[in-house]
Design a protein around this ligand. Structure first.
Ligand SMILES: CC(C)(COP(=O)(O)OP(=O)(O)OC[C@H]1O[C@@H](n2cnc3c(N)ncnc32)[C@H](O)[C@@H]1OP(=O)(O)O)[C@@H](O)C(=O)NCCC(=O)NCCS
Length: 171
């Protein structure tokens, strides 16, 4: 069974309310993390059709503050499926009130694992990227998985062949 990234797409749009802001009236980072986790878990569930749990937050870039009252859209898609884990890419957009144009504010990469009712990891379907962006994200996912595992102390740096190749290529 093979699925496409688009089949996992999850889009959540919501306002920024006063209770969700920091002292300078921008969206609190933890609130954005929670919104991204929700959208990403729906994407991982749509791809795997299983129970999914967050295994790691691999990367978050809070590039742009998001002001009180903003309309925020969180879009998540599975970028690559491994044996039991899935990398999910999340793009965050804010909508300009007057033009209606969406501006990319932030992005993040999470890893989810599909599990059975007892919490044991189970196999997930393969994924086949279609668009150029999906292909690019798919290609980079293995080295990001290796980096995450090395940082978590679950993989020896020496075994991270894909990750090491990146440094050798650029030297
Ligand atoms: C995520 C979890 C199921 C992994 O269990 P585990 O016993 O480590 O299982 P495994 O070692 O077989 O790993 C399962 C998969 O997760 C991947 N994985 C585990 N930790 C990872 C990490 N830090 N980064 C990236 N991938 C990771 C493994 O590489 C493996 O992927 P693969 O099967 O696709 O190759 C387990 O750690 C867990 O239940 N954690 C808590 C999840 C949770 O409650 N999240 C919400 C936080 S409040």
């Amino acid at each position: 069974m093979t699925r496409h990234p688009e089949e996992s797409k999850s889009v959540m749009t919501d306002l920024v309310l006063p209770s969700e802001t920091n002292p300078i009236n921008n969206l609190f980072g933890g609130e954005l993390l929670a919104r991204m986790d929700r959208a990403a878990s729906i994407a991982a569930r749509r791809h795997s059709r299983r129970i999914v749990v967050t295994a790691s937050v691999n990367h978050v870039a809070f590039n742009m503050p998001i002001a009180l009252g903003s309309v925020v859209t969180v879009e998540a898609k599975v970028s690559r499926a491994f044996k039991t884990s899935m990398e999910v890419y999340i793009d965050v957009w804010i909508e300009d009130r007057e033009s209606g144009e969406c501006i990319k504010a932030n992005e993040a990469i999470y890893t989810f694992v599909a599990v059975d009712e007892t919490g044991r990891p189970v196999k997930v379907p393969e994924i086949k990227p279609v668009t150029d962006q999906e292909k690019l994200r798919y290609k980079g996912a293995l080295r990001r998985k290796q980096l995450s595992l090395v940082l978590a102390g679950k993989m020896k740096p020496n075994d991270a062949t894909e990750l090491k190749a990146l440094f050798l290529e650029s030297s």
